[in-house]
Design a protein around this ligand. Structure first.
Ligand code: HEM
Length: 183
């Protein structure tokens, strides 16, 4: 891996502009998403129940929830879900989503668990999108916004690993080379 890549310059909140461009999220798709905020708010408690049922069912994920206020978590995850439908995906949005990712980095949660939770989130979101007068376009828009979120969440993990490794080895370029397995 000898070549410098332009993507290496894109960090933190800047990833949102890049990803929105990459995914071609249109103004119409943002409007469609925003039109579904009401149904999303109604469905959010049911989604969070299913979400935590799944996490409590598995010993390795349940362990992280011991001693945590479940009332607070239910409301934070509900808010996270409703915000997917906000229709505004700007730098503030990215900053909030990135901060959520960072909280999970700090509790030492392997990234595979949040990623696996898409299995719970996706069907709820798609069912809401299908209630729209333009169901197909809305489902596509929902998938894009969710993929955007996953990318940001994951970026929080990658930024953290890269930052620490770069500090340790004295430079980001070398850290990237090591992470690519070619160092
Ligand atoms: C789609 C995946 C996930 C989303 C969207 C999500 C969302 C959130 C949000 C919004 C918060 C509140 C953050 C804040 O305080 O501002 C939170 C906290 C937390 N999440 Fe998740 N979460 C996800 C997956 C998981 C998984 C798989 C676990 C593991 C069991 C988990 C465990 C926790 C814990 C323990 C906290 C509390 C952290 C603390 O306050 O110290 N989350 N999550």
């Amino acid at each position: 891996m000898s070549q410098e890549r332009a993507s290496w310059q894109i960090k933190d909140e800047a990833t949102i502009d890049e990803l929105i461009t990459l995914m071609n999220l249109s103004a119409e798709e943002k409007t469609l998403m925003h039109s579904l905020v009401g149904p999303a708010t109604e469905v959010a408690p049911e989604m969070t129940n299913a979400f935590y049922e799944r996490l409590f069912h598995h010993q390795h994920t349940a362990e992280y929830l011991e001693g945590v206020s479940m009332e607070r978590l239910h409301s934070m995850v509900a808010q996270w879900f409703i915000e997917l439908f906000s229709g505004t995906y700007d730098q503030d949005y990215a900053r909030r989503r990135m901060a959520i990712g960072q909280i999970h980095v700090r509790i030492g949660l392997p990234v595979r668990y949040p990623l696996a939770m898409l299995d719970v989130v996706m069907p709820f979101g798609e069912a809401i999108a299908r209630q729209s007068s333009q169901p197909e376009e809305s489902v596509n828009a929902f998938r894009k916004v969710l993929a955007l979120d996953v990318a940001i969440f994951n970026q929080a993990y990658e930024d953290n690993q890269l930052r620490h490794l770069a500090e340790l080895v004295g430079g980001e370029r070398l850290a990237r080379r090591l992470l690519s397995g070619s160092g």
